[in-house]
Design a protein around this ligand. Structure first.
Ligand code: ADP
Ligand code: MG
Length: 340
């Protein structure tokens, strides 16, 4: 214990491809899209999170928006660093007026390279991170939903985020098998854009695709509680004239079918490469799904039909990872071997 340790603040960060969350004192203090707006001329960051999101898609000659982690990799280190620093600054500060350094647990997509890990570490250290620990996302997700990761029992976690879907089998505090595919929320949006173009000769924006996915998104056409169809505005592909159409969950299920099949295949592959003793555990315990994609209607039903295993959708799946970082923070000695 150093003399000034009381000045150190513990924070947990989920650095996601779509959303960055920061937990402090067991409370989620920051929950923002992982996006920044930069000035085209100077390259300076002018907005982050929600504020940058508002600027997104409205192409502008003065600035552009960047999602530094888009495909589960760091597209631009400088921008990523500015984003991490900016997000930390968003924590309401009056609570620790005198504090000047942080002990951090940061969760990163497990697909990122060693160089990228180092870059995140450096960025965190540049952001007054006195002690920085990195944890793999599926491990944090597992801890966040309350699984006993230290037990010899095998658990499978499927985290469907923005850029990647991570499928991991965890036992005895380690990741036994890990698959990461670049099919997740962003790809679903692209599927919806494609579908609208092909089936309705209509151009829509990314935000409309996101709205469709959330409001009438589905993995199967036959839902027990189907959402009501919604109206979507876009542009006719031929004439360029604005038009409005109604869209229902059955259409979204069709649009997403191929991508979801790829996720199913990856899950099956992960099950295949799981050692037999752990397979038996998973057979009993089932599969846990986390991340924003877990909220897709009927995904559990579909995964169950494919695998015949019990499927558990995490409660509040968008916060599973950040909750995990908070638990690791509070029990750093116990979990130290998980961190790098
Ligand atoms: P990441 O960890 O990569 O930042 P998240 O776990 O935060 O990703 O999930 C974000 C993704 O989840 C986005 O692609 C978002 O569109 C999607 N998402 C959020 N809510 C829903 C919903 N209700 N139905 C389907 N997808 C959703
Ligand atoms: Mg995530």
């Amino acid at each position: 214990m150093g003399l000034f340790d009381f000045l150190t603040t513990d924070i947990g960060i989920d650095l996601g491809t779509a959303n960055t969350l920061i937990v402090y004192n067991d409370e989620v203090m920051v929950n923002q899209p992982s996006i920044v707006a930069v000035d085209r001329m100077s390259g300076k960051v002018i907005a982050i999170g929600e504020e940058a999101q508002q600027m997104h898609e409205k192409t502008h000659e003065k600035y552009k928006t960047i999602r530094p982690l888009r495909d589960g990799v760091i597209a631009d280190f400088t921008v990523a660093e500015a984003m991490i620093q900016g997000m930390i600054k968003l924590i309401p500060r009056k609570r620790w007026l005198f504090n000047n350094s942080y002990r951090m647990v940061i969760c990163i997509p497990s697909g990122i390279t060693e160089v990228e890990r180092r870059a995140v570490m450096d960025s965190a250290e540049h952001s007054h991170g006195k002690e920085v620990h990195l944890v793999d996302e599926p491990m944090a997700a597992a801890i966040g939903i309350g699984l006993d990761v230290k037990a010899p029992t095998g658990h499978m976690v499927v985290d469907i985020g923005g850029g990647t879907t991570e499928i991991a089998v965890i036992a005895l505090s380690g990741i036994v098998t890990d698959q990461s595919i670049r099919i997740a929320g962003d790809e679903f949006n692209d599927d919806i854009l494609d579908y609208m173009r092909k089936q309705h000769n209509m151009l829509i924006g990314e935000r409309s695709a996101e709205r469709i996915k959330i409001e009438v998104g589905a993995a199967i056409p036959d839902l027990e509680f189907p959402p009501e169809e919604i109206e979507i505005r876009g542009k006719d592909l031929m004439s360029g004239i604005p038009k409005t159409i109604k869209i229902s969950h059955t259409e979204v299920a069709e649009a997403l079918n191929k991508s979801i099949t790829k996720i199913e295949d990856a899950v099956l592959k992960a099950l295949e490469s799981t050692p037999p003793e752990l397979s038996a555990d998973i057979y009993e315990q089932g599969i846990h799904i986390t991340g924003g994609g877990a909220l897709l209607r009927g995904l559990d039903v579909r995964l169950h039909a494919k695998t015949q295993l019990p499927i558990h959708v995490a409660e509040d799946p968008l916060k599973a990872v950040v909750r995990g970082t908070a638990i690791v923070l509070k029990n750093l000695d116990e979990f130290r071997y998980l961190t790098t």
